[in-house]
Design a protein around this ligand. Structure first.
Ligand code: F6R
Length: 632
């Protein structure tokens, strides 16, 4: 939530000759981080002994147009921000950076400062004036106040860091703050608590980003920071300290994501591109981890076999799409491992006093690894003595760092706000975990397990074939349905989370009423929603793999049709019964039931992307959303 970039370089670097390139580096970083929020964007560069700011409400293109019309001076230091609004409407005034200390101090912020009201009142009493409604400006003004009380630049070179530390001590909530001051022209001081920040190490220049995509065009060397740390960044070096001022260290790592991964590669949207990357993404999740006989090698898992053998209960915590992946994992783990599994929305988990102890494995599923609700659930679970395993896509993110072990999905960067390949790879990782636990604990039918393993290894190819044949058909269906104002999705067994995921995709991308139900639940109330012409997507169980559920679904289809509903079925190739009863049938290759979400979900993703495009909406940046939800 909110993207942050910082850059400290020097003149004479690379292609820019003698001019500083701060503005262009920061704008490029913001372009890559725009998925984190696009309510406004802004940047500040330091030239001479002045801070120059440009900021605009709306998408980044508004800011770039402003910078073109009113260019910034060459500069060697800059900070930039792309906003997902929390406090205050998305206006120019509320856009970051926020200025204080007679416009010599600029601050950007990600997170929420929970005590901003009382701090603001205190600062107003001291005569400070505010120009925005944001909590960030409170941090900026408080920092300026502390800076002046410490004596400003008269107090020596470390004064800005000291002022930042003193300010952090007064702030409650989560934050990443970046500050630049005209009296310290080559320096950025950053601080983080419960909010992401990564350092990029260049040659004669250094970077800061909410995640590595903020500087991936310029360097692959990155440093992961710990909790409650302050970073002082110049062109020459990076100093990390804790909030008490003691020296601290970060962990250096190399970013293996391809910079090219952040281009659309000929696709109309990042989402469509990422849908088409799914065969490769699933392949990477499986790579080196699974044998046809069902044996699983999870190198670097970080949790011993002994601990996993002793687990008596599993709780999966996640939000949104990731929680639906968790629900699919539940079916597989309970069937193959006979361990009870609960799936909790991470934001509900710790508030219901859950039964969690040292024999509980908590599995936190998160693409970004920064979702605050999930992070808080992880912390709570560890406090209760549970072992925590993260299933995560982002190497070095806070959730895997704070967990006992991690299973990385290796999906590659997901830029579109709506999750696609992250979901498929989370499902794959959940299935790998289930197979691993079954082997370790000697549970599950060995034949079923080796069949599942063999089929899982074939999945990338099946997804690939399906994508090649469905795209145009689904685009035509979506275009024909573009005027629909409501759509229902139903499924049974693992088809239920798939239905909910299909509905979520449509809600978030097309802003229409879309609801996912367990098919058996329809007759208990929701069937009243069905009327003449209403489209109902039905995720049909495999006739061979789940004959009983298939038969029950045929009855549900009859009930929908009897009330005038239009059935659009997602069903296996060769399922002639469903074909006969549905108005449209989107086919998927056959698979064992537990693996079928890896196929059926893709059809619903394609539909949502095509439907939103047919309505002329921005597929990659749906309204009101941000990619990474780092507030509770
Ligand atoms: C929907 C979507 C969200 C995320 C959720 C969790 O398309 O992307 O529902 O799945 O916000 O995010 P992560 O996985 O980053 O924890």
């Amino acid at each position: 939530m909110c993207g942050i970039v910082g850059y400290a370089g020097r003149v004479g670097l690379v292609e820019t000759g003698t001019a500083g390139r701060a503005a262009s580096v920061v704008l490029e970083g913001l372009r890559r981080l725009e998925y984190r929020g696009y309510d406004s964007a802004g940047l500040a560069v330091m030239a001479g002994k002045e801070v120059h700011v440009r900021k605009r409400a709306g998408k980044l293109t508004n800011l770039t147009a402003l910078v073109e019309a009113d260019p910034l001076p060459d500069a060697v230091v800059g900070i930039g921000h792309t906003r997902w609004a929390t406090h205050g409407a998305p206006t120019d005034a509320n856009a970051h950076p926020h200025l204080a200390d007679n416009d010599r101090l600029a601050v950007i912020h990600n997170g929420i400062i929970e005590n901003y009201r009382s701090l603001r009142d205190r600062l107003v009493e001291r005569g400070h004036v505010f120009r925005s409604e944001t909590d960030t400006e409170v941090a900026a003004v408080l920092l300026a106040d502390n800076y002046r009380r410490l004596g400003g630049d008269q107090a020596g070179t470390g004064v800005l860091e000291t002022a930042v530390r003193r300010t952090c001590a007064d702030l409650e909530g989560s934050f990443t703050l970046l500050a630049v001051h005209a009296e310290h022209p080559g320096l950025i001081v950053a601080a983080r608590r419960d909010s992401p920040l990564v350092v990029g190490l260049g040659d004669g220049e250094n970077f800061l980003g909410s995640d590595v995509s903020g500087f991936i065009d310029f360097t692959r060397r990155a440093v992961e920071l710990g909790q409650d740390q302050v970073v002082s960044l110049t062109a020459e070096g990076v100093t990390i300290t804790d909030f008490g001022g003691l020296s601290a260290e970060g962990r250096e790592f190399t970013v293996d994501w391809e910079a090219a991964a952040a281009t659309k590669d000929g696709h109309p949207s990042f989402m469509t591109k990422e849908i088409h990357e799914q065969p490769e993404a699933v392949r990477r999740t499986l790579q080196g981890r699974l044998d046809v006989d069902g044996s699983v090698t999870l190198g670097g898992l970080g949790i011993s076999d002994e601990v996993l053998k002793g687990i008596q209960k599993i709780v999966i915590v996640a939000c949104g799409t990731a929680s639906y992946a968790g629900q699919i994992a539940k079916y597989a783990i309970e069937r193959w491992c006979r361990i009870p599994v609960e799936v909790d929305l991470a934001h509900e988990f710790r508030y219901r006093n859950p039964l969690v102890d040292v024999r509980t494995l908590v599995v936190a599923v998160s693409q970004s690894g920064e979702t605050m609700d999930t992070l808080m659930a992880v912390r709570y679970a560890r406090e209760q003595g549970a072992t925590v395993l993260a299933i995560c896509n982002t190497v070095g993110a806070t959730i895997p760092r704070e967990s006992d072990g991690v299973l990385y999905t290796h999906a590659g960067p997901e830029v579109a706000v709506a999750s696609t390949k992250a979901f498929l790879t989370q499902v794959t990782a959940g299935l790998l975990l289930a197979l691993h636990l079954a082997r370790l604990r000697g549970t599950g039918d060995p034949i079923e397990i080796s069949t599942a393993a063999a089929e899982l290894l074939e999945m990338p190819e099946k997804i690939q074939c399906m994508l090649a044949t469905s795209k145009e058909r689904i685009a035509a269906l979506a275009a024909a349905m573009a005027d629909s104002t409501a759509v229902l999705f139903i499924g049974r067994h693992v088809g239920h989370p798939v239905a909910m995921e299909g509905a979520l995709k449509l809600k978030e991308l097309a802003y229409i009423h879309a609801e996912g139900f367990a098919a058996g639940e329809l007759k208990h109330g929701a069937i009243a929603l069905i009327h003449e012409g209403l489209a109902v997507f039905v995720v049909v169980p495999s006739p061979a793999g789940s004959p009983i559920l298939h038969a029950k679904m045929m009855s549900t289809i009859q009930e929908i049709k009897a009330r005038g509903g239009r059935v659009i079925a997602i069903a296996e190739e060769g399922d002639d019964v469903t074909a006969g009863w549905s108005e449209t049938m989107l086919t998927i290759p056959s698979s064992i039931p537990l693996l079928s979400p890896l196929l059926s979900t893709v059809q619903l993703q394609l539909f949502a992307a095509s439907f939103a495009a047919a309505k002329g909406l921005d597929v990659d940046r749906p309204r009101n959303l941000a990619k990474s939800v780092t507030v509770e």
